[in-house]
Write a protein that binds this ligand. Structure first.
Ligand code: URA
Length: 206
């Protein structure tokens, strides 16, 4: 299976059982907290906060950096060009977007898509941590440096973080390139595919 084509494979969408009403209430409260958040100055420039998307019972959780312009407009993570590549990466893993949980470290768009500030990450990270604690996925895939460094509480460069399996509160974490980076550097798709295959192996043995 070629990395550069990210071919579609047969996809079976998991149909997890309904979560309990209490879980649903907690989740909705968390979503409302994110939607109305004013913890950092980014709230002033947003069209809307981008909570995340996917079932609360997802086995896979993909974590990106922050919403871009399209995500800010539509209220869903990874719906722009980088999102199209993420969808292809999911298909290469025989996953469908509807069965995985996708969220960002920051829930609001930084102006001009600049890098997140440490203070913004510090304000917003508790939301992601609460989401992961609720979903308890079998595997976390960190997309790019910010997601990896934030989840793993490290300042190690991406090159040092790729290629091994990390731990986030008992959940295995695989680090790979951000899809936006892969759009700029398609030559690195082969290395990203190796990361994703590692994630698949780990998820299948969890
Ligand atoms: N890049 C990200 O990190 N997240 C998105 O939701 C979109 C682009």
């Amino acid at each position: 299976m070629g990395i550069t084509v990210w071919e579609r494979r047969d996809v079976s969408v998991a149909s997890p059982g309904p979560p309990s009403a209490a879980d649903a209430g907690d989740w909705e409260r968390l979503a409302e907290e994110v939607r109305s958040c004013t913890r950092c100055p980014l709230h002033a420039g947003r069209t809307q906060a981008v909570f995340g998307v996917g079932p609360r019972t997802a086995a896979w959780c993909f974590v990106g950096e922050a919403p871009g312009a399209e995500e800010d407009r539509r209220g869903e993570p990874f719906v722009g060009r980088a999102g199209q590549l993420l969808d292809s990466m999911l298909r290469a893993l025989a996953l469908d977007r509807r069965e995985v949980f996708i969220a960002n470290v920051l829930k609001c768009r930084p102006p001009g898509n600049r890098d997140p500030e440490p203070s913004e990450v510090a304000s917003c990270l508790p939301f992601l941590r609460a989401q992961i604690a609720a979903v308890r996925p079998r595997i976390l895939v960190a997309l790019g440096r910010f997601a990896a460094q934030s989840l793993l509480a490290t300042d190690q460069p991406l090159a040092r973080l790729r290629g091994r399996v990390h731990d986030y509160e008992g959940i295995p974490v695989v680090v790979t390139y951000h899809p936006a980076y892969l759009l700029r550097r398609p030559a690195d798709k082969a290395a990203a595919w190796a990361d994703l295959k590692r994630a698949r192996e780990v998820a299948d043995h969890e």
